[in-house]
Design a protein. Sequence first.
Length: 282
Amino acid sequence: MRSIPLLPADAAEVFDEIAAAKQKPRKARMRAARTKVLGAYEAYRLAAPTLGDLAEAQLTALQKEAMLHAYAVETAPMTALRGRLLKRISVARCPFCGISESSTLDHYLPKEKYPEYSVFPLNLVPSCAICNTRKRDRILEKGTAIRMFLHPCYDVIPDEPFVNVRVRMQDEALIVSYRLIRPPGMNHETFLHLQAHFRELDLADRYRRMGIEHLGGQYPALKRAYGIDKDANRVIEKLLEAAADFEEVAGPNYWLAKLYCALASNHDFCDGGFEAVRAELQ
């Protein structure tokens, strides 16, 4: 979970370029819808990030089809927009989860319901395939006004620590669990929003699995730190140093920073228990 910068793009210019590249009659239909679509763009900017109850633009069925076609069928301008959105280093890793490569574009407001935003740069969020599939076309939780997912371009991730990791050794195996804990002073609705995002993207289990896999790659370094004299304090120092580095770059709730802190506080892991991570990969 992290914020990403907005793509510096003129949305009206993008719309015009994509419309101009379409064949008749879709080109004419997009141009006829232009005023309503650009009006919807402005409404989006003004409402963000609170977008769950945004009114739909009053487009005809044929205009909606033309807008959906504009995204689905590659033209040179659409390919260029996709590249500009996905090839930035700042979004190389999926902002929804912080784990996988951003390889797809998610429509934050689903294009099926809001076709007017099908090629709107601010509604196209780089994401991994897993997050895109899990998010699907959902916006609000049923029975509540809570948005189910953070908008990486608009929602501000709180600085207060809210991601919690527990680790323990059991039968020579490493047990890792992630959860969210509401810090004192955090707005209740903000916490519910974070919880929904965390739950619906299955981040607890994904962080757990990827964390153990990641530690497998760190095994040689942990073993060197432990040394022939079996010094658990050197392992603790290494873990805390890595946690501080992760936190400085990615913030206090970054999943790996929290994992390293939790591991550093577990003496059994640091005193040779890290051997369990090698066994997990075999």
